[in-house]
Design a protein around this ligand. Structure first.
Ligand code: DGP
Length: 111
């Protein structure tokens, strides 16, 4: 399988990790949409958040507790977390990942 996030999680593509735990890593998004834009990624490959919930729910728990820890480390006053699921919703990498965005004001509804 030619998955870019598998290559990042297994070290094939050297990347600076802002967080590494038992099941999850976090690194900066290549195309940031906010002053802080991190991706929280399970080490195991699941296509999207729902598949991850079915296959490894503990990784989802770790993703959200790591997001809270990172938000504190990056001094975010508030933050937005997003899982895009499916190309129609903007998913472009089909290895589950949570976007953690902060450092600017956010509008609603999202674009
Ligand atoms: P999504 O569109 O929700 O699937 O988000 C995928 C994100 O991944 C997108 O914001 C850009 C980012 N991205 C894609 N390839 C790479 C990469 O090789 N390195 C990093 N750091 N981010 C990547």
């Amino acid at each position: 399988m030619n998955c870019i996030f598998c290559k990042i999680t297994n070290g094939e593509i050297p990347t600076n990790f802002h967080y590494e735990g038992e099941r999850v890593i976090a690194f900066a998004d290549l195309n940031p949409q906010a002053p802080t834009h991190l991706l929280l990624v399970p080490k195991s490959h699941y296509e999207n958040a729902a598949e991850l919930a079915k296959g490894d729910p503990n990784a989802l728990v770790e993703i959200f507790s790591a997001a809270e820890q990172l938000a504190r480390e990056f001094n975010l006053e508030g933050y937005r977390t997003v899982f895009n699921t499916g190309a129609a919703a903007g998913q472009s990498v089909f290895h589950a990942h949570l976007h953690l965005l902060g450092g600017r004001a956010f509008s609603w509804p999202p674009g």
